[in-house]
Design a protein around this ligand. Structure first.
Ligand SMILES: Cc1cc2nc3c(=O)[nH]c(=O)nc-3n(C[C@H](O)[C@H](O)[C@H](O)COP(=O)(O)OP(=O)(O)OC[C@H]3O[C@@H](n4cnc5c(N)ncnc54)[C@H](O)[C@@H]3O)c2cc1C
Length: 343
């Protein structure tokens, strides 16, 4: 039986602290440590001043803490990140390496696994422990199938998706941090992050960190009781609600498809907002759908939405077939406008 050494490994963010995904992943690693019989926990951090970030999480129960620090480890770069990961993994003697599935680590961790001769499972969505046996869960085919699998090979790398665990919180302990020296190479100079390009916060309607997902369907563009379409009013109501609630905006496929068919639709949404079988499966604590029918190919995308509510004029819509917790039979124009005003 392998006595597991679990290594939690993370990189710092621009401000030097560990980001949300890393702290959530740490909770997962701590939980894994608690559940696997006889396992030990160690942690490693990469960043400009990784020691400070390692001290900040020293209350996690790790028996050893490692840091790879320096300006060359500030930015996301495959060469420097894999070299740092390689050093931490080998020094720690880890058998299971748990890392957050951030865009930076999604590139580097598989490379480190390859260098060390380990195996990797990415985008892990949960785990189960039975004594010393660990099984992980992972979605396939756009999360429509969940596989439960285990591996005998070590070291075993797993990258954990965000949104699965609460953020780790704990007072610092006295565990000393061991600084590791990683030899720099010419490859470190080949790639530089020169900046970020992102839409203005207000222009960004997809907000993965939002508590609420607000999903708009094609009903917003349909003729209403007065026999007219009300696109401008619909856009104002949707944007007004998003502004007040800071919700993330989702869409049904039919609504975003309309733009490719030459109809007038909303400039603030694109296919990136589409939720469903051929769209995204976002993770949010709550979801509110308005003017969307709730058909199965759409609703499969709600797999990771905690509490579901929908507004529809039709009491026989798809949502009524057990797909929401609460269904409001109401005019979404009036209801969402009113909620926006109340907010
Ligand atoms: C292979 C395949 C893959 C697919 N993948 C996806 C996918 O990834 N995502 C996806 O969304 N769809 C997908 N679809 C399409 C899906 O089956 C539906 O056609 C689509 O989700 C319907 O969009 P909708 O609910 O916005 O529009 P509709 O079905 O037209 O529903 C509009 C709803 O608005 C309601 N409404 C109208 N006015 C109001 C009002 N004033 N107040 C309240 N309610 C109102 C109506 O009662 C109606 O229920 C897929 C289909 C197939 C075959």
């Amino acid at each position: 039986m392998t006595i597991e050494t679990i290594l939690f490994v993370a990189h710092t963010e621009e401000d030097g602290s560990l980001g949300r995904a890393a702290l959530e992943c740490l909770t997962g690693a701590v939980e894994l440590h608690r559940q696997i019989a006889g396992a030990s926990l160690v942690a490693g951090v990469i960043g400009v001043d990784a020691t400070a970030a390692a001290v900040a999480i020293s209350g996690c129960g790790a028996s050893k803490l490692f840091a790879v620090s320096g300006p060359e480890f500030a930015m996301s770069r495959y060469a420097s990140d894999t070299a740092a990961l390689d050093s931490i993994c080998r020094t720690s003697g880890a058998t299971i390496i748990v890392a957050p599935a951030t865009s930076r680590f999604n590139r580097a961790v598989p490379g480190a696994a390859q260098r060390i001769g380990g195996k990797i499972d990415t985008h892990v969505g949960g785990f189960l422990v039975n004594g010393a046996e660990v099984t992980i869960q992972r979605g396939y085919y756009r999360q429509r199938m969940i596989a439960t699998l285990t591996r005998a090979a070590r070291p075993w790398f797993v990258t954990i998706d965000a949104g699965l665990f609460p953020k780790f919180e704990g007072a610092a302990a006295n565990t000393p941090v061991e600084s590791l020296t990683v030899a720099t190479s010419d490859a470190f100079n080949r790639t530089k992050v020169v900046g970020y390009r992102a839409p203005e916060a207000d222009a960004q309607t997809i907000r993965p960190d939002a508590n609420l997902l607000f999903v708009a369907g094609v009903g917003w563009t349909k003729k209403q009781a007065d026999g007219q379409v009300h696109l401008t009013e619909a856009a104002d109501i949707i944007l007004g609600f998003l502004d007040k609630s800071k919700a993330s905006l989702g869409s049904s496929k039919s609504l975003v498809d309309q733009s490719t068919e030459g109809h007038n639709v909303f400039s603030f949404m694109s296919h990136l907002n589409q939720v469903g079988q051929t769209g995204a499966t976002p993770r949010h604590a709550k979801g509110l759908s308005a003017c969307c029918h709730g058909e199965e190919p759409h609703v499969v995308g709600w797999r990771f939405i905690g509490e579901r509510r929908a507004i529809n004029l039709d009491a026989n819509c798809g949502w009524a077939q057990g797909k929401t917790d609460v269904l409001y039979i109401a005019d979404a124009f009036a209801l969402v406008k009113k909620v926006g005003e109340l907010l």
